[in-house]
Design a protein around this ligand. Structure first.
Ligand code: PDD
Length: 282
């Protein structure tokens, strides 16, 4: 059975969901997006995703295609119409269709598209074993705080990881780890401190990152928001990444360095468990 895709006011079978070749998302990557997780049919931390979407649009002076409440209502419709118990809602806003011109059109109607993906998030067997990552140079643009659809460098990094026999890539710039290809990066030091890069234009301000840090603080775990080097990560006791699509994902190997005894560590396991509990509690 085909999915129902939302395109500019219409709920359509996916084979009928179409967008103009003149859409600036297609021609200029002039679009922003959000990915929200669904657990037990409920969107997780969705208000925060909508707030970030609003900020992304505002930073690019993009006219919102609908109000936040209207967008949430469409997302909920998408969950229902596609029978999503566990999975993802992808939404994308672009500046709309206009004749190709580097100058931004003033009269284009913004476009809003959504689709769903069924995915096992909570009982993900990959999280039981953990993943390996490689480090790659961060060749992305300098406004990574805006969640744009210009994802080619991220896709190249992910593919480089897969080609190297690893699962994911961590972006390194000026000698420090910024974040993962589509997630935020954390390490746990020998003395039990959780380290993750501080916020700035260099990384996406992850919604899961924020929620996991709050959970860690409630557990009285110490957190330091500062840059860390790949070398510090090689010597870490544990590492993990966070995202709406993988929650808390244990990292057990970074480049050629296996962390600890090569299995997910207790701090990571605890934070993953707490995050899933929170998500299920709604
Ligand atoms: N990616 N950093 C980058 C570069 C990301 O693309 C993402 C999310 C994150 C984590 O953000 P959040 O916790 O809000 O999902 C960090 C989504 C899942 C994606 O592109 O599919």
């Amino acid at each position: 059975m085909s999915r129902i895709v939302y395109v500019n006011g219409e709920y359509l079978p996916e084979e009928d969901a179409k967008i103009s070749v003149f859409d600036r998302g297609f021609l200029f990557a002039d679009g922003v997006y959000e990915v929200s997780a669904v657990i037990d049919g409920k969107l997780i931390d969705n208000e925060a995703h909508l707030a970030r979407l609003k900020r992304s649009m505002s930073e690019l002076k993009m006219t919102p295609p609908a109000t936040g409440d209207e967008i949430i209502a469409i997302m909920e419709q998408m969950v229902e119409r596609n029978g999503i118990d566990e999975g993802l809602v992808y939404l994308q806003v672009t500046r709309g269709a206009a004749d190709r011109d580097f100058a931004m059109p003033t009269d284009a109607t913004p476009s809003l598209v959504m689709f769903t993906q069924k995915k096992t998030l909570a009982k993900n067997p990959v999280a039981d074993k953990g993943i390996s990552v490689i480090t790659v140079p961060d060749i992305r643009w300098k406004r990574r705080d805006i969640k744009t659809v210009a994802l080619l460098p991220a896709s190249m990094a992910k593919q480089a990881a897969l080609d190297a026999g690893a699962n994911d890539a961590w972006f390194v710039e000026d000698g420090f780890v910024n974040e993962g290809s589509s997630n935020n990066a954390f390490i746990v030091t020998e003395d039990g401190k959780i380290i993750t890069r501080h916020l700035g234009n260099e990384i996406l301000h992850g919604i899961t990152r924020k929620a996991v840090m709050e959970l860690a603080r409630r557990e009285n775990l110490e957190i330091e928001e500062r840059p860390f080097t790949p070398e510090e990560a090689y010597d870490a006791r544990e590492a993990f990444s966070t995202s709406a699509s993988a929650f808390v994902m244990p990292v057990i190997k970074i480049d050629d360095h296996t962390l600890g005894n090569g299995v997910p560590g207790p701090v990571t396991d605890k934070l993953r468990k707490l995050y899933i509990e929170m998500a299920k509690a709604g």
